[in-house]
Design a protein around this ligand. Sequence first.
Ligand SMILES: Nc1ncnc2c1ncn2[C@@H]1O[C@H](COP(=O)(O)OP(=O)(O)OP(=O)(O)O)[C@@H](O)[C@H]1O
Length: 305
Amino acid sequence: MSGIDVRGLGKRFGNRVAAEGLSFHVRPGEVFGLLGPNGAGKTTTVRMLTGLLSPSEGEAVVWGHRADREGESLRKVVGLLTEQPGLYDRLTARENLRFFMKLHELDEAKAWPRIRHYLARFGLADREEDPVGGFSKGMRQKLAIVRTLVHDPRVIFLDEPTSGLDPESARTVRDAVAELASEGRTIVLCSHNLAEVERLCERVAVVKRRLLLMGPVRELRRAGQSLDVRVEGEAERYRNVLATLPFAPNVLVEGMRLRVMLEDDAHAPDVLACLVGAGARVHSAVPAQRPLEEVYLDLLREGGA
Ligand SMILES: Nc1ncnc2c1ncn2[C@@H]1O[C@H](COP(=O)(O)OP(=O)(O)OP(=O)(O)O)[C@@H](O)[C@H]1O
């Protein structure tokens, strides 16, 4: 089966629970975001899904291979970009890539055209013969991504792929990620860059040992929608009257502005009627979606231990 299927996956290190009860499915062609604060268990999860760590509970099937039992066949279909990709400084870019081609027992003649395509894609075509020791941080990161792709993996795990890249290089990487997904590959992106996750991922899972929330990015943002109202005079005086509404919206006040958090935007007219009924002169009312970052931080504040 293609994609990733995770059921009740968990890992303990001694008494410490790094992950528990994780269940989710990622489709082919999907870019799936794995979010969570430091120490939430993302790396542990990725290591289990790539066969590097055996789970304490549950199971994962990655592109048809049981992650805990079929390590060898799994490695053929999975590419992993870790946070600190080890490249050999004394070797050239080409020698580094050849080393990994050998590990994967690839037919070099067949693989090079594809690899050269990626080198060109990431602006490294003319650096093939240069020792990696002289590469900038960004060039190393891009070479590490090319290395992740040497064996043409169907499932790609990317841990902070744009970390240390300048905006232009970050965009090249984002475009490449979208392209790889459009070719039908499954991509799991671990990132603390929520704007990037918002741009690239269709769905995200927020983890903190367990799964706190999972869903399409669009829906998560909708859950964080608000109505930004500008009134005449101090907005503070309307705070109490809004609190009497049956759906009791959460209200932030700043000068003449009220930010009214709504669970359902069908309540927006009730909010406005209530304000006008209380004598407010409303200058503007604009529906706004909160950025994923705010929704995420709220979730972690409220969220499970
Ligand atoms: N090999 C290990 N031995 C003992 N504890 C470990 C080991 N690997 C991870 N842990 C623990 O498991 C928990 C989850 O760590 P993990 O690295 O998976 O988090 P993360 O979400 O990837 O964090 P970050 O965003 O900081 O990279 C942490 O408490 C960590 O100390």
